[in-house]
Design a protein around this ligand. Structure first.
Ligand SMILES: NC(=O)c1ccc[n+]([C@@H]2O[C@H](COP(=O)([O-])OP(=O)(O)OC[C@H]3O[C@@H](n4cnc5c(N)ncnc54)[C@H](OP(=O)(O)O)[C@@H]3O)[C@@H](O)[C@H]2O)c1
Length: 280
């Protein structure tokens, strides 16, 4: 096990970061949650905030915002890793996305930073259905997306957090690229049907064109840069290129990943898909 002094978890209140922070707390390891609301604040778009977040840090979990596909991401990754190494960081663990050329370019930057590295390259998260933009449509009972029968091996954020936490604190993961998927390929209508089964609700799935989806997002006041990003993910990454299962979870943890049905059962039991709409 690495002698971990202090870990910086960027996106420390987000879907995977929050879970990693909790696991490090539970292991009584000192951790700093880095995000715009953190102390000190950390903002990918304001490089002046990076130095304070990196002070007295040994190990960093990097979750980039908003996405590696946005212009400037590779430049940020280069600048951040250079600054982190200069500040004394000895290990970088990167959350990357499957099938995204821009993310793979950022992986190479981390691999060439001159310190220990682990790459965690994830499929679509289950938690997009309850902690992100798919929550509201599910509560409303109607999910309209610009996808038809493309299959995705949705992976659970708890599995990602387990893999990342091990990568942060155990030496045997250094130099590994873990490609993470769940244990089953599902289409989006099939995933919604799983949630309908778990909640006992009647959920309608409708396949729409990217143009119609853009129109819905604009009408809902979604900012243009977010519309661009969501369209990129649905039209470029969700073209079937990731429709295979991978062995990252068993290879890292020695156990199977959580199935979407189990995720849906556990999440339905928390009641989030029945609640009135929260502000995201
Ligand atoms: N979602 C997926 O299915 C998926 C799949 C594969 C890879 N990924 C990758 O995973 C990464 C995280 O994506 P996610 O969707 O799971 O998001 P997330 O981690 O849930 O994002 C929210 C977190 O990011 C922080 N944050 C937001 N803007 C920030 C900024 N400008 N500077 C610093 N921190 C900021 C938020 O805290 P504050 O509000 O306090 O700043 C919060 O901690 C992305 O790089 C994405 O490409 C996602």
């Amino acid at each position: 096990m690495q002698q971990v002094n202090r870990v910086l978890v960027t996106g420390g209140t987000g879907k995977t970061g929050r879970r990693v922070v909790q696991r490090l707390h539970d292991a009584h390891l000192p951790v700093r949650a880095g995000s715009r609301s953190g102390t000190p604040p950390f903002n990918w778009q304001e490089r002046a905030t990076w130095a304070a977040a990196l002070q007295d840090i040994d190990t960093v979990y990097i979750t980039y915002q908003p996405d590696f596909a946005v212009p400037g991401a590779a430049d940020d990754m280069h600048a951040f890793s250079t600054q982190a190494v200069a500040a004394g960081v000895r290990r970088l663990v990167l959350l990357s996305g499957r099938g995204e050329d821009e993310a793979q370019r950022c992986e190479q930057i981390i691999q060439q930073a001159g310190v220990e590295w682990v790459i965690v390259r994830a499929s679509w998260f289950n938690q997009n259905f309850d902690e992100s933009f798919l929550l509201e449509p599910i509560i409303a009972g109607q999910i309209a997306l610009p996808v038809t029968d493309v299959k995705e091996p949705f992976v659970d954020a708890d599995d990602i957090a387990d893999v990342v936490t091990a990568a942060l604190i155990e030496d045997r993961h250094v130099g590994e690229v873990y490609e993470l998927s769940g244990p089953r390929l599902l289409t989006f209508p099939e995933a919604v049907a799983e949630i309908a089964g778990a909640t006992g609700r009647d959920l309608q799935f409708m396949s729409i064109t990217p143009e119609q989806y853009t129109g819905f997002m604009r009408a809902g006041g979604v900012p243009e840069e977010s519309i661009w990003l969501v369209n990129y993910l649905f039209t470029t990454v969700l073209d079937g290129r990731n429709a295979t299962l991978t062995d990252g979870v068993p290879r890292s943890l020695g156990r199977a990943p959580r199935d979407f049905r189990e995720y849906a059962r556990l999440t339905a039991a928390r009641g989030v898909w029945h609640n009135s709409l929260p502000r995201l």
